[in-house]
Design a protein around this ligand. Sequence first.
Ligand code: NCD
Length: 313
Amino acid sequence: MDFKKGDFKGVNILNGYQFTNQQLNHIMNIAADYERRVKAGEVIRDMEGMVVASLFFEPSTRTRLSFETAINRTGAKYISMADAKASSTAKGETLEDTIRTVDGYVDCIVMRHPEKGAAARAADIAEHPVINGGDGAGQHPTQALLDIYTMRKEKGHIGGQTITFLGDLKYGRTVHSLGYFMQQLGNKMIFASPEELKMPEEITADLINRGAQIEQTSDVKAALSQSDFVYVTRVQRERFPDEESYNRCRGSYIVDNALLKAAKPGITILHPLPRVDEIALEVDAYEGAAYFRQAHNGMYLRMALLGLVTGRA
Ligand code: NCD
């Protein structure tokens, strides 16, 4: 199916299971086009005259900065709330009231919030499209979209491959979204995590229900020996009920050169970042270490999403 400019106008981007494969392919193609145009030095004005709100009720480096750069690079302007403590949230304002207000100022809302389901709540209220930049331990679809954009670039295609998700699969929202894309695109998944940080049962069951091929293991070497990709996540300290349970899990897996020796040759290493200690610094020199390229791809992908949901792409 061919899409035309404006076909995605008004679409909220909330989770990892809302797009068909044709739509995913279209998003990837638009991102690739923005990448080409930026690299060619074009001054892009696709979103000229528009204003986007960037509301971050939770810390962020890459998601916020790449969205705000993407807004600048598409010719729009943005208003930003980078610290909820400096906003009326600190006075007790509800999310609903904040969204109702901001929705009247802008053409699109990008938001991150500590509560699962917050972006969907905002989308119910807002008349303009809402893009979920992470809702607690829920979903992080724009990250998962840039992950598949990166996978496609790194290997030349996507589908029929094997990916190991290594780390905190319980609280790591990026893998919650990426798991759905992997199922849809026909990639086999291996879940490797400490027992306490396993993928939530409801997500695993839902993925299997949709036809996903999933293996669960604690044998990281065996998993990596058959994987085309390993997607590493940080132990999500801020989501643990207490420091003691965090301490039990931290440092329980580390990707270093010794582990890479057991991996399938040419394996691509992905990580949404920030990294704490789960990938040793020595691994950065490995040519398949794609995590900084992945972070850079986020800007092009987010230019595409902004252009699409505002109807300008
Ligand atoms: C991730 C997030 O916020 O979920 N970071 C990001 O957006 N790149 C991963 C993380 O915080 O570990």
